[in-house]
Design a protein around this ligand. Structure first.
Ligand code: SF4
Length: 359
């Protein structure tokens, strides 16, 4: 007896050929047409008006849902950020954010997991724990949903939403290859950033794969004792191991990376912290992004004052550390760094883009 074909949860992430085969389309170019609709953000066969009506009806019966659904979309805040909650096939809800920088570039900030196991104490997503990894198509779909609310093409992608991307590296790299496809979104790898809390095996794997995306490392502090307390991952891969991995990444052609420095009041903003950071960055081709912690309820941290941030930048100048000071984006909608978690889940963060970048 012929076995029933198992359909995927979504068509996003499949090639036109895969779509033709999977849906047993009578003509190969139907697969191309469906693919073209999908990358325009269309999410039902009914809207694919260049397919014959009988074919649309057959496909709708075969696969009533071809993507996840949007459950909530916040208003756009002053900075241009829009946060969106998406319900997946199993009912789990994830979040993604559309960010607009001062140059008008539109960036999709995507989640890679439902929740996160890393336990960073400054991050709302950590309070959910890890529920599961996302499949590549579930990552891709977030981008598709954001396209619909974006007034301009989304040209940049950052994996800085919920989850640790390097703990789900297979799905993340598959989604990157999809975004990069020439006949699809054709997004340059230089416009894609993966942010990690410091998953050393993931950095090594990324190095091996020679996938020249940008890497951002959430360092927070260059002192093992303090980092152990703030980011439990440091107990597994401490600053020395992390630096070795970053040097390896750099040696094998990795692009200049970003050090995310989430500033916590009275914790990592003194001169000693600046000095240790300067020492840690020796031989690393990295730039530092200073991100004052985004306030989130029930978290044990405080946002540093403007004066505290100013003072720290003077210390950094004194120790010759190059840095960029970020303006918070998405804060009003709990869509800023460390604020993603589900009550639409929990919060989004990172101000990752290099605003000096011409890209
Ligand atoms: S900051 Fe990133 S890695 Fe750390 S808990 Fe939050 S989502 Fe996970």
């Amino acid at each position: 007896m012929e076995q029933e074909k198992k359909l995927p949860l979504s068509l996003y992430g499949l090639s036109p050929e895969d779509i033709t085969e999977l849906l047993e389309l009578p003509k190969a170019f139907y697969g191309k047409q469906i693919y073209a609709w999908l990358i325009k953000g269309v999410s039902s066969f009914d809207e694919m008006t260049n397919l014959p009506k009988y074919e649309r009806e057959r496909l709708t019966q075969l696969m009533p849902s071809i993507s996840s659904s949007i459950v909530a979309s916040t208003d756009t805040d002053e900075s241009g950020a829009t946060k969106m909650g998406i319900r997946l096939h199993d009912g789990a809800i994830i979040e993604c954010v559309l960010l607009v920088d001062k140059k008008g570039r539109h960036t999709a900030c995507l989640s890679s997991q439902v929740g996160c196991a890393m336990g960073c104490t400054f991050c709302r997503t950590a309070t959910m724990g890890l529920l599961r990894n996302l499949a590549a198509e579930e990552i891709i779909e977030q981008y598709m949903h954001l396209i619909r609310v974006s007034v301009k093409p989304i040209t940049h992608i950052v994996y800085m939403g919920m989850g640790e991307p390097l703990a789900n590296i297979a799905a993340v790299t598959r989604s990157i290859r999809f975004f990069h496809q020439e006949d699809g979104f054709n997004i340059s790898l230089r416009r894609i950033t993966i942010s990690t809390s410091g998953v050393v095996p993931g950095i090594l794997k990324l190095t091996e794969q020679r996938l020249p995306v940008k890497l951002a490392v959430s360092l927070v502090v260059a002192d093992n004792k303090i980092r152990d307390r703030i980011m439990p991952i440091n107990k597994k891969w401490d600053l020395n191991e992390l630096k070795r991995a970053l040097l390896h990444y750099q040696r094998l052609g990795g692009k200049r990376f970003t050090i995310e420095y989430c500033m916590l009041h009275d914790t990592n903003t003194d001169e000693e912290s600046a000095k240790k950071l300067a020492y840690y960055l020796k031989n690393l081709d990295a730039k530092v992004n200073l991100i004052p912690w985004n306030p989130a309820e029930d978290m044990p941290w405080e946002t540093p004052s403007e004066e505290e941030v100013d003072r720290f930048t003077h210390f950094l100048d004194r120790w010759n550390v190059k840095y960029t000071r970020r303006r918070p984006r998405g804060r009003e909608i709990n869509g800023a760094c460390g604020q993603l978690a589900v009550p639409i889940n929990k919060g989004l963060e990172y101000d990752f883009l290099d605003e000096d970048d011409e890209d």
